[in-house]
Design a protein around this ligand. Structure first.
Ligand SMILES: Cc1cc2nc3c(=O)[nH]c(=O)nc-3n(C[C@H](O)[C@H](O)[C@H](O)COP(=O)(O)OP(=O)(O)OC[C@H]3O[C@@H](n4cnc5c(N)ncnc54)[C@H](O)[C@@H]3O)c2cc1C
Length: 301
């Protein structure tokens, strides 16, 4: 199958790019294996016009909107290989689809590393979170735990004081530096150093953190600072340059990577990790890709 653009990833960034490219009447194949980063969450926050809508509903509506566009094809499949070939890119998908794309947009997102805590999956996205900008607002007046090993939990706890007054730092059996302990004290933040045995609550709502010491901490939610990694190896395989955080480096105007013809949008660049930004970057990359085609066609400078 030959296409103008292969969009890899169908989260907000990839779908937004496909929408604009479709409206430019470019032939687009969007492949997505539907592991969007926020799929554990029940509500998207901080997205103008869509605040509180579930990620599932948001993506379903977006896919339906795209279905009416005759030049955009969406496949539920993982792209396993992309290689430069004759001025374009040869690609292969897990479902056997293959072909040549003139341009490639990687909107493949990130994968979060969850804290290794018993029971965490039941609470993740509902009362256990990583992003204060996404979910901090909802906890005003409640007690929150800040989870992180070493000084990471303390750094997070101090920042959390902007959103809530009652914060307790949990270092899960790891050492915290004297400097970090002083900062916690200055901000009136308690420190629990014990190893965590389990998380407890009902219907996704965290109620307490149980420690191996036998004691517990009652709290309404927990934010963690662990880390995240690229969800796809494709940018690395293609040789796209990355920054120290592992984000793919892009041209700030076009979202093009160090590999000509390969663009990225959304969390892949590890810029601001929000749906609104992913949508914007997708649109920005799509416009830049269309402009590159227009130049090739002699229709713009
Ligand atoms: C629990 C949680 C809650 C969040 N809450 C909010 C919130 O309230 N508000 C907010 O603004 N942001 C929130 N975020 C952040 C938000 O989810 C991301 O910023 C956003 O999803 C980024 O969009 P994206 O399109 O770049 O990546 P994603 O949404 O992660 O989509 C990437 C897609 O690419 C697919 N993919 C990857 N590799 C391949 C491949 N090789 N072939 C085919 N498909 C592939 C993945 O399966 C996935 O479907 C939250 C994140 C998490 C983890």
């Amino acid at each position: 199958m030959d296409v103008d653009v292969l969009v890899v990833g169908g989260g907000p960034a990839g779908l937004s790019a496909a929408l604009i490219l479709g409206r430019c009447r470019r032939n687009v194949l969007l492949c997505d294996d539907q592991q969007q980063r926020n799929r554990a969450s029940q509500e998207i926050h901080g997205l103008l016009g869509s605040n509180g809508r579930s990620p599932e509903q948001f993506l379903r509506d977006a896919r339906e909107e795209l279905a009416g566009n005759g030049t955009v094809l969406i496949r539920r499949s993982r792209v396993t290989k992309v290689d430069p070939s004759g001025g374009g890119f040869a690609f292969v998908c897990a479902d056997g689809t293959g072909g040549i794309a003139a341009k490639v947009l990687l909107a493949t997102g990130l994968v979060d590393e969850l804290p290794q805590l018993v029971g965490v999956e039941a609470f993740y996205g509902i009362s256990v979170h990583h992003c204060l900008y996404c979910d901090g607002y909802e906890y005003a007046g409640k007690r929150l735990a800040a989870y992180g090993k070493g000084d990471k939990g303390a750094d997070l706890a101090v920042m959390m004081k902007h959103w809530v007054k009652d914060v307790v730092c949990c270092s899960d059996g790891t050492e915290v530096s004297g400097e970090a302990i002083n900062r916690l004290r200055q901000h009136g933040i308690g420190l629990r150093r014990e190893r965590i045995r389990s998380l407890e609550g009902a219907k996704g709502a965290l109620a307490r953190i149980n420690f191996e010491s036998g004691s517990h901490l009652a709290c309404s939610g927990m934010f963690f600072s662990t880390g995240c990694r690229q969800a796809s190896h494709l940018s690395e395989h293609l040789g796209c340059k990355r920054d120290v955080k592992g984000g793919v480096i892009t041209d700030p105007v076009t979202e093009e990577t160090s590999v000509p013809g390969v663009y990225v949008a959304g969390d892949v660049s590890r810029d601001v990790l929000l749906v609104a930004v992913a949508l914007g970057e997708g649109a920005k990359a799509a416009v830049a890709i269309n402009k590159a085609f227009l130049r090739r066609e002699g229709l713009c400078e």
